[in-house]
Design a protein around this ligand. Structure first.
Ligand code: ATP
Length: 228
């Protein structure tokens, strides 16, 4: 798959797979094309080539259709509705669903997973801490009951303890609900601890791919991304 912003091509023949039920990390320096890879899957950037989801071609479909196919995107900057309450954000996340009783049950499930959100259910999202906003962004995306969750730098700007808490819950969600995840991260160390598989992007090309163990063992990754 290739992707461009206007005349500027930024992804060049990217070829990678996200296995069902697994967490796959995309690593790389600033500007490598990680965010663009997620945007390509959502069709919010110009793409060519092929992107298959469950054997179906995504390129050319509308973003709304891709969401209905079961792909949810937690963009960088999180994208919660800051003027709405926590609960209104969660309810909005389920906008594609008609099963009202199940939606209410899922809201309670999110509160059980993220008790801080329950405490703040009536607060405007804009008043939450960065970590709580990230928890809300993930929960809101899960309200779609996606089969694939795209996460763009969930650790960005957060204190290490909050990051650990969020990543622990992401693992739980992956294991209990079998939601596949494609995780973009600059923090290679925590991403490789969570993910089953990983890809390293450099200037719009896949430089390296393998299981997280294999990527962790690579000399260049250790020196450039893990710092040991
Ligand atoms: P970062 O961690 O900095 O977000 P990244 O690996 O996610 O890095 P991308 O954001 O995908 O990288 O950017 C890849 C390239 O595309 C960069 O050279 C960037 O300058 C360029 N780019 C990103 N967004 C746009 C845009 N809206 N218009 C034009 N060029 C863009």
């Amino acid at each position: 798959m290739n992707a461009s912003y206007g005349a500027t091509q930024v992804l060049f023949g990217i070829d990678f797979a996200v296995e069902q039920g697994k967490i796959t990390a995309v690593l790389g320096a600033n500007g490598a094309g990680k965010t663009t890879s997620l945007r390509a899957i959502c069709q919010i950037v110009q793409t060519s080539g092929s992107i298959l989801f469950d054997g179906q071609e995504i390129i050319g479909k509308s973003t709304a259709n891709i969401v209905r196919m079961g792909v949810a995107h937690v963009p960088d900057g999180r994208g919660t509705f800051t003027g709405l309450t926590v609960e209104e954000n969660l309810r909005l996340g389920a906008y594609t669903r008609k099963d009202k009783a199940e939606v209410e049950r899922d809201i309670e499930k999110m509160y059980a997973r993220f008790p801080r959100l329950k405490e703040r259910r009536s607060q405007q999202a804009g008043t939450l801490s960065g970590g709580e906003q990230q928890m809300l962004a993930i929960s809101r995306a899960l309200m779609l009951r996606p089969r694939l969750l795209l996460l763009d730098e969930p650790s960005f700007g957060l204190a290490p303890l909050i990051v650990l808490e969020i990543f622990r819950i992401m693992r739980q969600i992956n294991e209990e609900d079998q939601v596949s995840m494609l995780l973009v991260e600059q923090n290679a160390s925590i991403a490789l601890d969570l993910a089953h598989d990983a890809y390293l992007l450099e200037t719009g090309h896949v430089q390296l791919s393998g299981t997280s163990e294999q990527i962790k063992a690579d000399e260049t990754v250790r020196r450039s991304y893990l710092g040991y």
